[in-house]
Design a protein around this ligand. Structure first.
Ligand SMILES: [Zn+2]
Length: 341
C-alpha cells in the first residue's frame, strides 16, 4: 500500500467558501450569529470535487491512500476570534470526514485545529478529540504561527502548548507542522512562509526539552523539513553546542515528508535523514502545480523521485507505508475497520 501522508481538500465545493465568506462578512458587521448552519452539500457534489482530481491523480501516479486535511491556506487562524476558528474548523473537518466515508479506500482524515493567536491551544483539545474518536481521523495539522507570519505566540517547546501536546499523546495522534496563509507581505505563503514554518519548528524542537516531557509525542515536518536537511550539519552542531545529539534529542519524535519537488532534493533528503524518519507525501493538489520542463512530469509527482532512490525495497516500503502506519497511531485500526489491511 502506498500512503501519501500529506494531501489537502483544495478542491472543496464553492459552497464551503461561500459559507466562509458569510462568516467573515458577519464578523465585519459585528453579527456573530452568522454564518448559521453548515453548508448543505450533497454526496454527489462532494464526489464531483474528488473524482476527476485527487482520486484521478492517486490512480495516475500510483498511490493508494491519502491522509487528507482541509486546505491549509484556508485555515487562516489569524482571522476573527476563537469562535470563528472553532466554527470554521468544525465545518471543514466534517467535510473531510464525508470524503473519507465516500471514498474509504482512498482518504483518511487529519484535523484542522481551531487555533487563534493569543488563545491557549487548550481550546483545540475538544475538536481534536471529536475528530479522532467520532470521525476516525488519525492526526492534526498544527500551525506553529497562528498569527500568519508575525510569530506572536510562544515557541512550540513552551508550556503554553502543553495542553494540546497532552491531548495528542492521550489520543496517540501526531501533528503535521503546517502554517496557513501569510499576512506578512515579506513572506510569500508557499514559497517562504511554509518553508520558514517548517525550519523554525525544527529549531524550536532542538531548543526545548519537549520530548523529554512527551517521549511519545510525534510531529511530521512537511515539505521535506524546509531548510533542515540541507543544513543538517548546522543543526547537528547547534544541538551539540547545547550538549545534545539530534539523534537522541528528537529523532524518535520528528519525521520528514517527501514534498520536495525535484530529484536532487529527494536524493539529499534520503541521504541525510534516516529512512525510518521519512514519510511519503506529495501535497497534491497543492502548492506547486504544473509540469517541470526538465523532466516532462508534474513537480509534485513525488512518487517517481522516491522510486528512483538507490534504496532497498524494504526501505522504500518503510517510506511508502510502514513509517506512516507507525507514526499515525490510530491508522492501523482505521485501515482494519475499512478492510484495507
Ligand atoms: Zn500542506
Amino acid at each position: 500500500m502506498i500512503i501519501d501522508c500529506h494531501g489537502h481538500y483544495t478542491t472543496a465545493p464553492q459552497k464551503l467558501q461561500a459559507w466562509r465568506d458569510r462568516q467573515l462578512a458577519g464578523l465585519a458587521d459585528g453579527n456573530r450569529t452568522l454564518p448559521g448552519p453548515a453548508p448543505v452539500i450533497s454526496d454527489d457534489e462532494l464526489r464531483e470535487t474528488i473524482q476527476g482530481k485527487q482520486l484521478k491523480m492517486q490512480q495516475d501516479r500510483g498511490s493508494d491512500l491519502t491522509i487528507f486535511s482541509p486546505q491549509a491556506a484556508g485555515m487562516a487562524h489569524h482571522v476573527g476570534t476563537q469562535k470563528t476558528s472553532e466554527d470554521w474548523a468544525t465545518v471543514c473537518n466534517d467535510l473531510i470526514y464525508r470524503v473519507g466515508e465516500l471514498f474509504p479506500k482512498n482518504f483518511i482524515g487529519v484535523a484542522q485545529l481551531p487555533q487563534s493567536p493569543g488563545v491557549s491551544p487548550a481550546n483545540c483539545a475538544k475538536e481534536l478529540e471529536r475528530c479522532v474518536k467520532q470521525l476516525d481521523f488519525v492526526g492534526c495539522n498544527v500551525n506553529p504561527d497562528p498569527s500568519g507570519g508575525y510569530w506572536q505566540d510562544p515557541p512550540l517547546y513552551d508550556r503554553y502548548w502543553y495542553p494540546l501536546w497532552e491531548k495528542m499523546v492521550e489520543l496517540n495522534v501526531p501533528g503535521m507542522i503546517h502554517v496557513s496563509s501569510s499576512c506578512n507581505p515579506c513572506f510569500h505563503a508557499t514559497g517562504a512562509h511554509y518553508i520558514n514554518g517548517d525550519t523554525t519548528a525544527f529549531m524550536q524542537f532542538i531548543q526545548g526539552n519537549l520530548f523529554k516531557d512527551f517521549p511519545t509525542l510525534k510531529f511530521i515536518i512537511p515539505h521535506g523539513g524546509g531548510a533542515v536537511p540541507f543544513h543538517w550539519g548546522r543543526y547537528r552542531g547547534l544541538a551539540q553546542m547545547q550538549n545534545r545529539l539530534l539523534k537522541d534529542h528528537l529523532m524518535n519524535n520528528v519525521y520528514f515528508d517527501t514534498c520536495v519537488y525535484h530529484q536532487p532534493g529527494i536524493d539529499l533528503l534520503a541521504k541525510v535523514i534516516p529512512v525510518d524518519n521519512i514519510l511519503f507525501a506529495s501535497e497534491m493538489i497543492g502548492a506547486v502545480q504544473g509540469i517541470d520542463p526538465e523532466t516532462g512530469h508534474n513537480y509534485d509527482d513525488t512518487k517517481r523521485y522516491v522510486d528512483a532512490l538507490p534504496l532497498s525495497a524494504e526501505d522504500k516500503k518503510k517510506i511508502f507505508e510502514l513509517n506512516a502506519r507507525k507514526v499515525y497511531g490510530p491508522l492501523d485500526a482505521v485501515l482494519k475497520k475499512r478492510g484495507l489491511i
